[in-house]
Ligand binder design. Sequence first.
Ligand code: SF4
Ligand code: F3S
Ligand code: FES
Length: 247
Amino acid sequence: MSEIEKGRILKINVLRFDPNDPSNLPHMQTFEIEEAYGMTLYIVLNMIREHHDNSLMFDFVCRAGICGSCSMLVNGRPTLACRTLTSKLGQNITLAPLPLFKLIKDLSIYTGEWMRGLNERLETWIHDKEQELHIDKLEERMEPALADEIYELDRCIECGCCVAGCGTIQMRPNFVGAVGLNKIARYHLDPRDKRGDEDYYELIGDEDGVFGCMTLLGCEDVCPKDLPLQSKIAYLRRMMVKTALNN
Ligand code: SF4
Ligand code: F3S
Ligand code: FES
């Protein structure tokens, strides 16, 4: 009989903190949960809330690695809790909220505010003057291979794992991170976006953009969607250098 079938007793250590309660200090709380086959951290956290402490806060929406809301530090590594099987972890599991984002309470963070600011700053939408002026025209044909490449980058779920896993952001708080650079690579590839290389240079041609990246590689290591972040950052760097040399 395997260890899982016998049901390990998991020790779940959770960092608890309510920043809105002045009397509350950050502290660890440990819960014991009997492991079941196929158990994920989503199930574990719900069992804790149902049977041990209904004040525990955490976020889940899709439970399928799509919405990006359940990102947290699992044994110090940024990841999606809903896609994390307890069978892949030891008996002691430590959960903490992702750093850098606004803490709501316990494991619940507000990535939306950070991501919205990033999207507004990088203007992550199609820029096409004719479309803005409502000039009727057919959408240009796109090669399927290019559409696939754009779709691949569009799979980002804004979970924030790459932000939490990047040391550069600790030093440069305005650094756009791999998530921001991935978005710029996506729009630069898209022929419907009429911004030129100079426009993109304005957006990310500095140390808060592509030249701030120190190739620490944590982003690609932790991205739950396995996005090709490194190759896209290298692609943007080449594009930026070419643009700078041409000016
Ligand atoms: Fe999450 Fe990956 Fe998108 Fe970063 S690039 S926000 S890790 S899905
Ligand atoms: Fe950070 Fe990834 Fe660059 S971890 S420094 S964005 S390679
Ligand atoms: Fe949606 Fe985990 S609950 S990604």
